[in-house]
Design a protein. Structure first.
Ligand code: DC
Length: 227
């Protein structure tokens, strides 16, 4: 599957710092960062805007055929932006409303099938750090390194709140925690490719780690691959 490069898979619960860590690790290594959660969020946004019901198989299939997701680096902000059919939706997909529907949408087998095919395609270009829920278990079971991140729910809710507040969105801490826990529950119990630690994944609990320590731990695991 991974024809041309090294794959680092970072899976784990919602809000434990996977994306920020994966992004920083990719930057240090010069690998491409692929945020698979952003892909499911973009699909969810499309469904919300077009009133696509998850119960309407035909409408879901039609919508999926019309959705194109790309990642482009914004040279000014120095960060990867998510594009849905050519529109930068990076901010919109992080909003609470999308978070409230994304697990339901991403549990649909046809949605997963479509996204996984794109994720495998994206990794053909070279080495990648990919974060999500099923990367080490399903998308790239042969990844060179699999990390499973976790953190205590209270810590995760605090971090997510800080992120949203920084973006000007004001959401109640209890509502954030509820959303994270509901998503974990749906993501871990869905039938197709549930969130699960791969047997050969290395677990990192980030509850008491600083961001710098998280990144360092993953980089030292990468280093061990070549030692
Ligand atoms: O990583 P995130 O919190 O932005 O992901 C949003 C949702 O997308 C998550 O609650 C479940 C879904 N997801 C998934 O099902 N599989 C992935 N590989 C990544 C995300």
């Amino acid at each position: 599957m991974a024809e041309n490069g090294i794959i680092i898979a970072i899976d784990g619960h919602s809000g434990c710092g996977k994306s920020t860590t994966a992004k920083a690790v990719a930057k240090v290594l010069g690998y491409t960062y692929i945020d698979t959660g952003a892909m499911y969020r973009a699909v969810t946004l499309y469904f919300m805007r077009d009133n696509v019901s998850v119960e309407n198989a035909k409408a879901v299939a039609q919508a999926l055929a019309e959705i194109r997701i790309d990642f482009k680096t914004d040279t000014v902000a120095q960060t990867r932006m998510t594009y849905l059919n050519g529109e930068n939706v990076e901010n919109e997909i992080r909003q609470m409303e999308v978070s409230q529907h994304v697990s339901e949408v991403s549990a649909l087998p046809v949605v997963r099938q479509t996204m996984v095919a794109q994720q495998r395609q994206m990794a053909r270009q070279g080495s990648v750090v990919m974060d999500g829920r099923d990367i080490g278990t399903y998308v790239f079971p042969d990844a060179a390194l699999k990390v499973f991140m976790t953190a205590r729910p209270a810590v995760r809710a605090q971090r997510r709140m800080a992120e949203l507040t920084a973006k000007g969105e004001h959401v109640d801490l209890a509502a954030i925690r509820q959303n994270l826990e509901t998503r974990d529950q749906i993501d871990s119990t869905r039938q197709k490719n549930p969130l699960k630690k791969a047997e050969d994944a290395i677990e990192i609990d980030t509850s008491d780690l600083t961001f710098g320590q998280q990144v360092k731990q993953v980089l030292s695991l990468v280093q061990k691959l070549t030692d």
